[in-house]
Design a binder for this molecule. Sequence first.
Ligand code: ZN
Length: 199
Amino acid sequence: MELYSGHINKLIDELAALPGIGNKSAQRLAFYIIGMSDARVKQLAGSILRAKENVHCCKICQNLTDTEICPICSDAKRDKTTIMVVENPRDLAAYEKTGRYEGLYHVLHGAISPMLGIGPDDIRLKELMARLSSEDIREVILATNSSLEGETTAMYISKLIKPTGIRVTRIASGVPVGGDLEYIDEVTLLRALEGRTEL
Ligand code: ZN
């Protein structure tokens, strides 16, 4: 016999499929949602739908945004000659939070992983190379994670960019190996940025 009704089980399954949410948390959230007022549940469901409908990738840097060009790319005060390459929007947010990086970004939405079958065409690399040939870029800072995939991606990109003559640097390995950039404190991030080395 099923412990809960089909609808509750379905909700628990959907929540448990989200990253970082185990079965216990999914149950807790499901019961919490059932206990919420109709108005709040509608608001939550509406926020999810509206975010999904309205958020897309910035035409230039591929970061998630509500507008065609994101606020960073359209900010006249940013240094338009430097691009920092990150794996995902959360890494970009981590560097933005330091408030000390003034250049532009490029979000790859992933990293090259032969083991997982993720190749260069599966991340937003073509878009980066297109920017390098159309914008006046003097330095590309490779800030992918220091995991195997992040290092592989950095090496691959640096080999692609080298022939263009554009300066390519890699953030210092003060960032713990395998560490997700978003969990690293701002001081460590700044040290990694300032200690970047030529590739
Ligand atoms: Zn942008």
